[in-house]
Write a protein that binds this ligand. Sequence first.
Ligand code: YNC
Ligand code: MG
Length: 397
Amino acid sequence: AYKFWQTQPVPQFGEEGKKLEEGPLKIQTVEEIDKEPQPLVAGFDWVTVDLNDDGEMKEVYELLNGHYVEDDEAMFRFNYIPEVLRWAMMAPGWQRKYHIGVRATESRKLVAFISAVPVNIRVRNKTFTTSEVNFLCVHKKLRGKRLAPVLIKEVTRISNLDGVWQGLYTAGVVLPRPVSTCRYYHRALNWPKLHGCGFSPLPPGSKPQYQVRKYAVPDGTATKGLRPMRETDVDAVVSLLTRYLARFDMAPEFTAEEAKHWFLPKKDVKQVIWSYVVEDNDKNITDFFSFFCVESSIIKNNEVLRVAYLFYYATEAGLTTTPDKPALKARLNALIHDALILAKKAKLDVFNALSLMDNGLFLEQQKFGGGDGQLHYYLFNYRANPIAGGVNAKNQL
Ligand code: YNC
Ligand code: MG
């Protein structure tokens, strides 16, 4: 088992248990790294994809739309629209050489893809740069041919040539060896639609109108001072979020430029990201929350589900010197309740969250239910002791 992964600088199964000194597993220099990619089997070529080119963007979109991640029962498949792909893959520090594709030599068809963006991540008291790898995809007709390891080695090589030695990624599958594992939780916003497509069963003894009533939310938000985040809030949000994330063992570090990219909506046709702040009477930003939308295709009828994912949040209520759990719990419940109202207004059908950060303080009260899905968090070339509730919320993508 794990013929490829057992050759890679990742913690292997069977080594867990003892508390380890944290840090890189393998130290190399740029001079030792191959200057050329590993050759592909005959009939296929390496390419880099130009996501600024509408035609090439469409090719990536079509590959992912047809061949990317499905749920276990093959009912839904992520439908990454170009707005989402730009947001995810053209974050600050992005470079075209990290948008790696494989084309069939004859037809020029794009048949495989992998990407990465640089992310500074803190694991306990150490901060380092990682390549955050995402959108690994092989056309269904080329599965099981060991192409995935070749793509992974290529994105590693490109990272290494830039002096980046660590990787960060998530997957639904178990690989050697997760640093953290989270569960997905779902909160219905549009129950009839979720029921109609098979996502939400009718609980025994219930009736559709009871479910609709259970998940109804008020028309307007309740938190005083809540408003959409603006560009002038970026520094205040970075300060608040940095202090809040310091409470967790693993978290990304945001520069102002990154916060602007990840949290402020672009002038896109379709909105991807929603971010809100609470401004108090003294004009201080005391709270922040954000969620993004990724559509999923309903495979049986070709409709789309608009799925909200809880993204980052922070509140001064979590930063008091003596951690005051009841105050934090009350504040987070108020904020997330408003997030549900705003997501409903934005015509999103379901709100997802993971079992990470402080989510345990509100999931039940806000009527989230545990799903079947798990998300495993991985670090490449870094030994770390297990982390409860890894927090790179962006890795839900
Ligand atoms: C996966 N998701 O175990 P062993 S997530 C990593 N991530 O290796 P083949 C995976 N490895 O067990 P196929 C993986 N899935 O022999 C499978 N593997 O050691 C491993 N699905 O390769 C697998 N996208 O080519 C096995 O498999 C080896 O043809 C088998 O291709 C796999 O983006 C895949 O789920 C996933 O498109 C491409 O099934 C294909 O089946 C597919 O024979 C649907 O591969 C879409 C899908 C994955 C989404 C994601 C994160 C990827 C992270 C990759 C690792 C990055 C490491 C860090 C690098 C930078 C380091 C620096 C610096
Ligand atoms: Mg393959």
